[in-house]
Ligand binder design. Structure first.
Ligand code: SAM
Length: 315
């Protein structure tokens, strides 16, 4: 256990924006436990009805809805803000419109207005890797400018990969950490627990997750894997490759383009495991919804290590 910074409050009050199914919430629980601190979530928000159902079933709180409709004055004072803000506007898979996208592109500014009004000690934000290069780097520059110059935070950021945090998923995400006081973040982490693909695959899998004989036959004619188990990945032009880990789960399409050993889709539980969610996570929504939710989540192990390293530096 890391020794808690003498000034670290024994309870850290946080808010969970764009909370989805609580990737940051689990991550912070794990990190606070390691630090000998306690976390207290004072506010959460997600616009998606089904994500809110999952969150409520697992954390006993119903998140507030659309953050653009929440008056910052109605949010209780807190120390730490988490936000994995929506990536559609910034993603390589998306429309590349960024802030020009009048709805989703402005959600960063909801984070900014809450930071401005509430002045918490620190924040941790997460987004797709492509945020950094979007619109020739201007989108990211604007974000960093707002956080540093307009809101007065010290800010550092890094692209991290879930594969480096003991999860068998290649998922690169940018993490932006900011604090009222200067800090020197060490982005190299000591990872003790590593899960292989074999560890996360279920033994008994319902027939509904298997691809049709025809698809399996076609895939196997086209590709021979070097390892098993492997996740076979079909790209847009129909080329198949396979790895002893999964490509990044996506909210939309992972179901069809990733096949375990070329034969079946990942189950909802396997998708959650690929994101580091514990097996006690209750699945209370349809397969389609949980697939979307798992595809949207922040890898728990990645966020937990970041929080565990960051908190003692800034409280
Ligand atoms: C990338 S996901 C974040 C997932 C989360 N970090 C997790 O671990 O599950 C973005 C989330 O923002 C939510 N969202 C989109 N627009 C929103 C809005 N206007 N207000 C609140 N939540 C919103 C989406 O429903 C989605 O769950």
């Amino acid at each position: 256990m890391i020794e808690r910074n003498k000034t670290t409050p024994s309870t850290i009050k946080f808010i969970d924006l764009f909370c989805g199914i609580g990737g940051f919430r689990y991550a912070s629980q794990q990190a606070f436990q390691q630090l000998g601190s306690k976390g207290q979530c004072l506010f959460s928000s997600d616009i998606d009805k089904f994500a809110a159902e999952s969150y409520q079933a697992n954390f006993g709180e119903k998140p507030a809805g659309d953050i653009t409709k929440v008056d910052e004055k109605d949010i209780p004072d807190f120390d730490l803000l988490f936000a994995g803000f929506p990536c559609q506007a910034f993603s390589i898979c998306g429309l590349q419109k960024g802030f020009a996208d009048s709805t989703k592109g402005t959600l960063f500014f909801d984070i900014a207005r809450i930071l401005k009004a509430k002045q918490p000690n620190a924040f941790v934000l997460e987004n797709v890797k492509n945020l950094i290069s979007h619109d020739g780097g201007r989108t990211f520059q604007t974000i960093i400018h707002v956080l540093r110059e307009e809101l007065g935070y010290f800010v550092d950021y890094k692209i991290l990969n879930a594969l480096d945090f003991g999860l068998p998923q290649k998922r690169e995400r940018i993490i932006i950490a900011g604090a009222k006081k200067p800090f020197d973040m060490d982005w190299r982490f000591d990872i003790q627990y590593v899960k292989t693909l074999k560890d996360i695959l279920e033994d008994k899998v319902d027939k509904k997750h298997y691809a049709s004989e025809e698809i399996v036959k076609k895939r196997k004619e086209m590709h021979r894997a070097e390892t098993t188990p492997a996740i076979w990945h079909e790209n847009k032009s129909g080329n198949i490759s396979s790895y002893p880990y999964s490509c990044a789960l996506r909210a939309g399409a992972s179901y069809n383009y990733l096949l375990v050993d070329g034969e079946r889709r990942l189950t909802p539980r396997e998708m959650l495991r690929l994101q580091g969610f514990p097996d006690e996570f209750k699945i209370v929504v349809s397969d389609a919804q949980i697939r979307k939710q798992a595809g949207n989540a922040v890898p728990v192990n990645m966020a937990a290590k970041v929080i565990e390293t960051f908190i003692p530096l800034v409280f």
